[in-house]
Design a protein around this ligand. Structure first.
Ligand SMILES: C[S@@+](CC[C@H](N)C(=O)[O-])C[C@H]1O[C@@H](n2cnc3c(N)ncnc32)[C@H](O)[C@@H]1O
Length: 214
């Protein structure tokens, strides 16, 4: 994952130029900042900061993290993110030094979390959040499979795509497509309210953290 996203960082944003994604992206560019307005936001796996640049101007404070240095170098150059504290952090071990937040965001990240690591990721995230914090995740719908079909499924049910990069290398990337029912079941023990919406190319999920680290 790290080698793949490090090599892809210079042209990662091409995913946001696909014509068929423009309506969903326009909606999310309005919706996400609106839902996170005025909050202290922790972003996980921010990559090149595409969503950071839209959320940061309305957030009270924003810390944006990623596990790979190369995409962060692009994120730091984004206009609108001057007040954002960017930093390297493993999503499964978000350090206490990041501080406490009343909101969190992760874009196109949950799909890369192995099924068996979902609870570990949520525990790591929730340790940084205050009870009542608002959490938003967005991710690809199964339409993305038209670009990269599933090539393998492992014993835990994780699915893998083979993704070529511009240098000719091909990377085996874990990419899951959780259903609404799976997501709701995952979130139920830790959320006091949960909203899910399927768009054409993406889905978004919002919940209120109930303060229970489960
Ligand atoms: C699909 S990209 C999403 C980038 C960005 N959030 C977006 O929506 O455009 C996934 C990101 O996860 C990061 N990543 C991979 N493993 C990670 C980990 N263990 N902790 C934090 N970030 C990680 C990669 O470096 C990459 O930037």
């Amino acid at each position: 994952m790290h080698a793949y996203y490090a090599a892809r960082a210079p042209y990662y944003d091409a995913v946001y130029l696909k014509p068929e994604r423009q309506d969903d992206i326009a909606f999310l560019r309005r919706h996400l900042p609106e839902r996170l307005q005025g909050r202290d936001v922790l972003e996980v796996a921010c990559g090149t900061g595409y969503w950071t640049q839209h959320i940061a101007p309305l957030a009270r404070r924003m810390v944006a993290t990623d596990g790979t240095e190369e995409p962060l170098e692009f994120a730091r150059l984004r206009p609108g993110t001057e007040a954002v504290a960017f930093g390297l952090a493993d999503a499964y071990e978000l350090p206490e030094e990041l501080g406490q937040f009343n909101a969190a965001f992760a874009g196109l990240w949950l799909s890369h979390v192995p099924v068996q690591a979902r609870h570990a990721f949520l525990r790591s995230l929730h340790r940084r959040l205050s009870p009542g914090a608002r959490v938003l995740f967005i991710d690809n719908s199964t339409v993305q499979l038209q670009d990269f079909p599933i090539e393998e499924t492992d014993a835990e049910g994780n699915t893998y795509q083979h993704r070529p990069l511009r240098d000719g290398s091909v990377h085996r990337v874990l990419k899951n497509f959780p259903t609404e029912a799976e997501l709701r079941a995952l979130i139920r023990p830790v959320a006091s309210a949960c909203t899910f919406q399927s768009l054409d190319n993406f889905w978004w999920l919002e919940y209120e953290f109930n303060g229970v680290i489960a």
